[in-house]
Design a protein around this ligand. Structure first.
Ligand code: KIV
Length: 308
């Protein structure tokens, strides 16, 4: 297994991501004004996407994505689970290894699946170490805020960079009562602020803010020294992430309103498969030029052999 670490050669590292922190004002008015004045920091927003397999990870890396996350969303968009909860460490390791083989430049982050960090902290750190040691991840992502402080600190102590994740944390779907926008009341917003501060204080190098109001994400972004990566958290974060299958039209279930679609790969696959099926049924595939041929000498000898 290769680990692609080649700092100084365009390789994105954890310190590079930390260095991409842009100071932002917290009010939405100020941030709108600022967008008309595009400086360097605006252009350097962190671009993150999920990938779960070799070909898509390679395409993302070659397109210059900064962070490739092997998200536990793989459970839903690729493996067909109803939610992310059944996903195992072994399944995540398998996908992380495939992505590792493809990614040369981007920072590779692996999601810790549900149950892999909820028991004893030593076991959680051992699981995180497996992602680095056995699958080549350069960092892990852990859902949760204040209550993950000690765990994140322990992982950082074990030399594992940690990306936090607060707001709508899909692994807490039962506790949250489903997939809904978080932090809308004053109390909930204040709790998310405490969560964000705790994740930073524990030593995380970045934090995902999922499905929270724009104003709250802007406030967290302006307060933290580590970069915020938004998903359904408005444009004022230091970076953005989407689930690849949502943005290319390959998710078969419901997609949230923030998941802008840039392509319709699902439709392209359906058209291609229907055209292939029709060609096979009608005898139009394969054509002669898509067939292999014997040399004339072998063909004649074969025919002669059949006659004799
Ligand atoms: O699993 C995932 O894809 C994620 C991102 C949406 C942040 O956690």
């Amino acid at each position: 297994m290769s680990t692609a670490f080649d700092a100084g050669n365009g390789k994105i590292t954890v310190p590079d991501i930390l260095g991409r922190k842009t100071s932002r004002p917290s009010s939405s008015n100020q941030s709108s004004d600022r967008r008309s004045d595009r400086g360097d920091s605006e252009r350097r927003r962190i671009v993150c996407l999920t990938a779960y397999d070799y070909p898509t990870a390679r395409l993302l890396d070659e397109a210059g994505v900064d962070v490739v996350l092997v998200g536990d969303s793989v459970g839903m968009v690729v493996l067909g689970y109803e939610n992310t909860l059944p996903l195992t460490v072994e399944e995540m390791l398998h996908h992380t290894r495939a992505v590792r083989r493809a990614v040369r430049r981007a920072l590779l982050v692996a999601d810790m699946p549900y149950g892999s960090f909820h028991g004893h902290k030593d076991e959680a750190v051992r699981n995180a170490v497996r992602f680095v040691k056995e699958a080549g991840a350069e960092a892990v992502k852990v859902e949760g805020g204040e209550r993950r402080m000690e765990l994140i600190a322990q992982m950082v102590e074990a030399e594992i960079p940690v990306m936090g994740h607060i707001g709508l944390t899909p692994q807490s779907m039962h506790a949250l009562g489903g997939f809904r926008v978080q932090g809308k009341t004053l109390e909930a917003a204040e709790q998310l602020l405490r969560d964000a501060r705790a994740v930073e204080a524990a030593g995380a190098f970045s934090i995902v803010l999922e499905s929270i109001p724009r104003e709250l994400a802007a406030r967290i972004t302006s307060e933290l020294r580590i970069p915020t990566i938004g998903i359904g958290a408005g444009p004022d974060c230091d970076g953005q992430i989407l689930v690849l299958h949502d943005m290319i039209g390959l998710s078969l279930g419901h997609t949230p309103k923030f998941a802008r679609r840039y392509a319709n790969v699902g439709e392209a696959i359906s058209h291609a498969v229907s055209a292939y099926a029709e060609d096979v049924r009608e005898g139009r595939f394969p054509a002669d030029e898509e067939s292999y041929h014997l040399s004339s000498e072998v063909r004649e000898r074969l025919l002669a052999a059949r006659r004799s």
